[in-house]
Design a protein around this ligand. Structure first.
Ligand code: LLP
Length: 388
């Protein structure tokens, strides 16, 4: 971990963003996207920080949004409306109207009823909505159950068995232009090749199905999902975008007038973010030693929500001249809930009250999922390029 020194007066917990790493990651992804001819839509839900969204927009990426709030954020951060897509199984009328008024690139529709509503709202506005069908391909993404979304028992998308009904509705929707197929299998996918080969097969099948009915397929969008290395972030600061894009590029045949798209969230931003916290207490009990931190599940919900692993480092101990023997700690947050645990039995250097602790890979679904639980104040934000 890079040496991080907190500027004077900055309180913990605080989110620290490494803007150099973000820029390096984005530049690499842009160059791969040009090489493979794949359009990028950053999934803003992963991190809605305006500086981060603006940095990715400046790289030329579009956005994948899930609400009117995210659509407005993307616009405010400089994303071109034509490069924005709207996803989500529960779009409100306000979300759809906002998308129609902005004239975004595509609304990814997840049910027959939603298609009907999008058409009705577009008719009311006097516009034509550009629509992709979100297909539920019934593929196991080999990831953890909370972030699997491409199985037919999940709430997302339209199954191939429902295509007839969807197409029947489509044929009656005069304010909808059907432009293509989208799918998203789940998140934190590490088994890139087999999972995305299967996804590409299903996407092409769906595209062919609609093409055979006479619809021109302008885009295939494979969603997000590329996973990151939480166990040892420094070994893979930039996730394997190359393997991902190569797999997609090899498995989607290029057709005239059709573009290929992806919606990465986590893989672009996770490793840039670190949640910095201090040890409030070292609590020795007959059973265990607890490090009680000032950061908790209110700041970063993933461990409590999903049992997710985040690497924990003691930055102060790294500065001490004499490293003492490591100890085993249960590292916990301040909330009165056992789920507010950062990690059990973590081997760390001897730690004392006031030590600065880094919770790594916190840039995705960290700040974006923070709550005011226990009425603790929000963690502040600092950016590496603002620190002298
Ligand atoms: N596209 C769609 C339609 C999505 O639903 C998502 C994420 C993405 C793209 C971006 O996926 P990514 O590249 O970030 O995997 N809160 C969970 C993750 C939920 C992901 C939801 N959908 C977590 O903390 O692990």
């Amino acid at each position: 971990m890079r040496d991080i020194r907190l500027p004077q007066g900055v309180q913990t917990p605080v989110y620290y963003y490494d803007m150099d790493l973000l820029a390096t990651t984005a530049a690499k992804v842009r160059s791969l996207s040009e090489q493979y001819g794949i359009h990028i839509h950053y999934a803003t839900k992963a991190n809605e920080d305006a500086r981060i969204v603006s940095a990715l927009a400046a790289e030329g990426f579009g956005a994948d949004c899930v609400s009117a709030g995210e659509l407005e954020l993307a616009a405010a951060c400089g994303v071109k409306p034509s490069a924005v897509v709207l996803s989500g199984v529960g779009k409100s009328d306000e979300d759809i109207l906002c998308a129609l008024r902005m004239g975004i690139g595509a609304i990814n529709v997840e049910s027959v009823q939603e298609l009907y509503v999008v058409n009705a709202l577009a008719a009311r506005e006097g516009v034509t909505a550009k629509v992709c069908i979100r297909v539920n391909p019934n593929i196991d993404a080999h990831t953890f159950k909370y972030v699997t979304s491409g199985l037919n028992v999940n709430k997302f998308g339209v199954s191939p068995e429902e295509f007839d009904e969807f197409e029947h509705m489509l044929s009656k929707c005069s304010n909808v232009k059907f432009i293509g197929v989208q799918m998203h299998l789940g998140s934190q996918i590490r088994d890139i090749r087999p999972v995305f080969e299967a996804a590409c097969r299903k996407a092409v099948e769906a595209a062919d199905w609609f093409a055979a009915k006479g619809y021109a397929i302008c885009m295939i969008n494979l969603g997000g999902g590329l996973g990151v290395c939480y166990e040892d972030p420094d070994s893979e600061l930039i996730p394997d975008f190359e393997q991902w894009m190569l797999t997609i590029s090899r498995n989607i045949p290029r057709r005239e007038g059709m573009t290929i798209h992806i919606e990465p969230g986590r893989a672009l931003v996770a490793q840039c973010g670190t949640l910095l916290s201090r040890v409030l207490f070292v609590k020795d009990t007959p059973a265990k030693t607890f490090l009680v931190l000032d950061a908790g599940m209110n700041n970063l919900a993933r461990p409590a929500f999903y049992g997710a692993f985040h690497k924990i480092e003691n930055l102060s101990a790294m500065q001490r001249p004499m490293l003492e023997n490591d100890r085993y700690y249960d590292v916990v947050g301040p909330s009165r809930q056992s789920a507010d645990t950062w990690g059990k039995g973590r081997r760390m250097p001897l730690s004392v009250r006031g030590d600065l602790i880094a919770i790594r890979s916190a840039g995705a679904y960290g700040q974006a999922m923070a709550t005011r639980y226990n009425l603790r104040p929000d963690a502040q934000t600092i950016y590496s390029d603002n620190i002298k």
